[in-house]
Design a protein around this ligand. Sequence first.
Ligand code: GDP
Ligand code: IMO
Ligand code: MG
Length: 423
Amino acid sequence: MAVDVLLGLQWGDEGKGKIVDVLSPDYDLIARFQGGPNAGHTLEFNNQKFVLNTIPSGIFNPKTMNLIGNGVVIDPIILKRELEGLKARGFDPVADQKLVIARRAHLILPTHQLLDAASESKMGVGKIGSTLKGIGPTYMDKTGRNGLRIGDIQLKDFKERYEKLVNKHLSILAHYGEIPDFTEKESAFFEAIDYLRNVPLVDGEHYVNQYLAKGKKVLAEGAQGTMLDVDFGSYPFVTSSNTTTAGACTGLGIAPKNIGKVIGIFKAYCTRVGGGPFPTELDNEVGENLRALGHEFGATTGRPRRCGWIDLPALKYAIMLNGVTEMVMTKADVLSGFETIYACTHYMYNGEQIDYMPYDINAIRPEPVYESIPGWNEDLTGIRKPEEVPAKLQDYINYLEKHLGVPVRYLSVGPDREQTLVM
Ligand code: GDP
Ligand code: IMO
Ligand code: MG
């Protein structure tokens, strides 16, 4: 058995949560492999809406187990809040034993968030637009070999290890200026750690591989998107983990040969939240329309998302890096009523026309070259079968498949679980 992977092909918020929830009945285990509560994955069913930050999006499927993998960074306060929030709404992953956490997953400390904020405020105009959840500093401590892992909460000297790391953080924070008081956050942190003792810790790498050995099906759920990958994204305007398929191997402990399908998800247009280059951004009325029609506001931070047309060089790049075998297109319904839509096929870059993602799109900004495509008028939100797809939308899908060389297997026409077509 192989591990299938579902991940974002753009700058995040492609609809991963919704689609993982839709696919979860086909899987025995859903495993988040990287990122942390910078993610906001939205799911809707039975007129209820949920936003998950750390918990995998298979949590609402009664038969699916969920693993927070070693590649994830965990804020205990946020994870506790998520679990309590679900319990209050009739889902109790702890009592129902539907969630396990890899011991090797790193912990986000209150001082990691202070470091994130201090670093961002120091950067001024060049700031990344971080979600300020402490993601960057936590991964820095992980690779710097200073981090605390959730498995460490079972050690007798956990508190001393915590103090040692906090003291290191305080000496760095002192360079930035006055250190905000974090005593309340600190007590909430230790309260949350105690609460999380009720969630089983596992050796995630053995856990996942045992599923495979037993012939069970595993889906790895990505966070963020390919263009936010720390190696291949629009660096330095990226997150601090590998959001690409390779990240599923290191973030779960699975061998590359055990990767099966790679399901790449993209919006029918494109969005980005936070700073950094965005070649097809529409800083005009069209972009504002897309934002209003698509309700493009961050699920985690509420920030307005920047909107633009679909970017084919960026998508081709993402498909290459991830080895995408099939695709999901979401939010096609948002484009209904646009007389003409546009696809960026090339960039003008340094006076040359190119059709690939270059090394630097920040100091040297690519100018998008567009092809126009006739739009469709039909409301898509009620369609459920491929036969009901309007001809013009089918043309757009065919056009994308031809340019990208990968089939669109699923089409999403609204936020609800039911609003999904298998093509
Ligand atoms: P994720 O981070 O990739 O899980 O995506 P987010 O949840 O941050 O953002 C996607 C947003 O679009 C959420 O509000 C979803 O409810 C919504 N959504 C997902 N698919 C569709 C769709 O096909 N059409 C519409 N209109 N909304 C969708
Ligand atoms: P999901 O999983 C969209 C962006 C932030 C910022 C940059 C770095 O919901 O798709 P960080 O907090 O990681 O230091 O922020 O990455 N970012 C996201 N954008 N969706 C996300 O997650 C994101 N997680 C981080 O806005 O530009
Ligand atoms: Mg999101």
